[in-house]
Design a protein. Sequence first.
Length: 110
Amino acid sequence: MIKRKLPGALQKEIEHVLDKSEPREVEEMITNIERTLDEMQRAAKARGMEKGIKEGQTKGKIEGKIEGKIEGKVEVAKIALKKGLSVNDVAEITGLSMETVFELKKELEN
């Protein structure tokens, strides 16, 4: 079973070791290989989770900064509208769309 998956020289070496080994030793080798594979799988999974967490944190920070900038622009727009600046001027100053500034103006009027 294991032999079929191995290339030439390595296959011969494995056959030699298996032929010289007692069945108990072969079972122990298989158990050790299984443990090693399980450990490697757990480590890879942990690294993947860690990477995912870091990417999520980075994405969250970026989204938070963007939201904060937009909120700041909205607050400036509200203040400017209350001071009597035109929708066009407020949109130009803040970089907000005309539609957004019109909506803010309507909110302030209500």
